[in-house]
Design a protein around this ligand. Structure first.
Ligand SMILES: Cc1cc2nc3c(=O)[nH]c(=O)nc-3n(C[C@H](O)[C@H](O)[C@H](O)COP(=O)(O)OP(=O)(O)OC[C@H]3O[C@@H](n4cnc5c(N)ncnc54)[C@H](O)[C@@H]3O)c2cc1C
Ligand SMILES: NC(=O)c1ccc[n+]([C@@H]2O[C@H](COP(=O)([O-])OP(=O)(O)OC[C@H]3O[C@@H](n4cnc5c(N)ncnc54)[C@H](O)[C@@H]3O)[C@@H](O)[C@H]2O)c1
Length: 445
């Protein structure tokens, strides 16, 4: 790629997984790359998403495991929020510098500041114009905020993960990924949690019978779930906060979390002026991740897409763009089967065709398995677990979902069977380490 008269060959807006996984190998091949970042290097996942969340969730999962192993291990554990938040900092605080070094060591110019377009080959950052032959918009998403009276007393997911002291009563609005995961964490650490749902379904994209089981478990742990709640306003009376809903109903809390979704970062980028099309779901791209302006691409959560807006998707897109820019591919992006997990207790994980989709197709069969039928799942005295595997008539696995303490490991183990379309003969040739969750999962096939 020639540098022409531009400052850079490729300039990325944002430094999250939608950028750095691909930008680093791109720069390593001698391409002149710049990355502009207005916040913490590494973006959401390492700093205020996946890594931070899973560190806070680990003691809760452990406590659940210990309680299931009653009679073998003393279940009287004391989960310490303050120390866990401090530990979270030990786990994640070095990541921005680590990612910065990786980028710079490979020749990327990192520019700190907020960028916006002044023309289709030029952005402005800190008052300085910077030009590039190609751009990648990878600006991610930010928490959606309910636009209701009193909203200034309501918090977002980042604030939750930085709480120095866990409030006694927490009310969570929204029962998606963040609502359900943070209800699990807060309740596990001893808060009285209320989850308020707009309709009567949580985690809409997951298998609903499994979701109901997670909700039952949360309820047994003391979480109050309010369905069909139309939130109207928030008020604060000397520190005691109230959520007002359904005309005359109210819930009192010490702390309120708005977990009603995330909104693509598309505003204030100057996209209208240069003709990059977007809507409320994100930037519109074609099968080459090109926007409506052909030398401007998009990657990660900011894209409008049907694939889940998750870290592995962002990584796959940034690597695809790297291969496009080096000429390694001129083909459209073909997404692999993208798995997802909600890290509740127990977890629900899934990949490929869902049981709901399979029911609509006569040529697919659904096999239901009680995971406790496998002796290995009794080692930790797991109390519950079920999975559904979807097969074609030639017994090729095309979808899987599981609810259990180890659901994410089971789905990871099954991924090759789905993505590589393994035949029963090929599956027989794969012999996982025994005894493990992976081998127990493979025995189901
Ligand atoms: C609480 C939480 C938990 C999550 N847990 C998981 C999980 O367990 N597993 C999973 O796979 N995914 C999880 N996700 C989703 C995952 O974090 C995202 O899918 C992923 O981070 C998307 O990466 P990205 O690069 O597209 O965006 P981001 O990581 O958000 O990066 C975008 C970057 O762009 C910067 N930026 C924005 N505008 C500008 C501008 N104008 N100029 C310069 N820079 C700009 C931002 O500061 C940000 O750093 C979670 C998300 C949240 C919020
Ligand atoms: N485990 C993971 O992989 C993980 C974890 C957390 C976040 N994420 C990512 O972050 C994104 C955002 O997560 P999220 O949980 O904020 O979004 P989400 O879209 O999963 O859930 C938002 C929830 O808020 C509800 N809601 C919307 N408006 C409401 C209202 N007015 N009143 C009550 N409820 C309302 C929706 O019905 C939905 O249940 C997800 O799309 C996901 O990609 C992933």
């Amino acid at each position: 790629m020639s540098t022409n008269s531009y400052d850079y060959d490729v300039l990325y807006l944002g430094s999250g997984h939608g950028t750095f996984d691909g930008a680093i190998p791109l720069a390593a091949q001698g391409i002149n790359v710049a990355v502009v970042e207005s916040g913490l290097v590494g973006g959401t996942c390492p700093n205020r998403g996946c890594n931070a969340k899973i560190t806070l969730e680990a003691p809760v999962a452990l406590a659940n495991q210990v309680s299931e192993m009653h009679g073998l291990v003393n279940p009287l554990l004391d989960l310490n929020w303050q120390n866990t938040v401090a530990h979270k900092h030990e786990v994640i605080d070095a990541l921005p510098e680590f990612i910065t070094n990786l980028m710079q060591d490979n020749g990327i110019t990192l520019i700190k500041g907020r960028g916006h377009f002044v023309d289709s080959h030029t952005i402005i950052v800190n008052g300085k114009k910077i030009s590039a032959e190609k751009f990648v918009i990878a600006t991610g998403m930010h928490p959606h905020q309910l636009d209701l009276p009193g909203r200034q007393i309501v918090n977002d997911s980042s604030a939750f993960m930085n709480l120095k002291k866990l409030p006694k009563r927490i009310t969570i609005i929204g029962a998606g990924y963040i609502g359900m995961e943070f209800a699990t964490i807060a309740s596990g650490f001893g808060s009285q949690v209320t989850v308020m749902m707009r309709g009567d379904k949580a985690l809409r994209k997951f298998h609903q019978p499994f979701v109901e089981k997670v909700i039952n478990k949360l309820s047994l742990a003391g979480v109050t779930v309010i369905k069909n709640a139309t939130i109207e306003s928030f008020s604060d009376d000397f520190g005691s906060k109230t959520v007002h809903y359904n005309k005359d109903q109210k819930v009192e809390a010490d702390w309120i979390l708005d977990a009603t979704g995330r909104t693509p970062n598309t505003t204030s980028l100057g996209l209208e002026a240069i003709g990059v099309d977007y809507d409320a779901d994100g930037i519109i791209v074609n099968d080459y991740l090109q926007t409506s302006v052909s030398h401007i691409y998009a990657s990660g959560d900011v894209i409008k897409k049907t694939q889940p807006k998750l870290t592995p998707t962002a990584i796959f897109e940034s690597l695809y763009l790297m291969k496009t820019f080096t000429g390694e591919t001129d083909q459209p992006i073909v997404y692999p089967a993208i798995p997802s997990t909600v890290f509740t207790t127990p977890r629900i994980a899934k990949v490929g065709i869902t049981p709901e989709e399979a029911k609509q197709k006569a040529d697919l069969t659904i096999s239901t398995n009680n995971v406790l039928d496998n002796w290995y799942r009794n080692v930790e005295k797991e109390t519950f677990g079920e999975n559904k595997l979807i097969y074609t008539q030639s017994h090729q696995l095309v979808g899987a979902t599981e609810i259990s303490n180890h659901a994410e490991d089971v789905i990871n183990a099954l991924l090759p069977a789905i993505e590589l379309k393994l035949t029963p003969e090929q599956i027989e040739r794969i012999i996982p380490i025994f005894p493990t969750i992976g081998s127990a999962a493979w025995e189901n096939l």
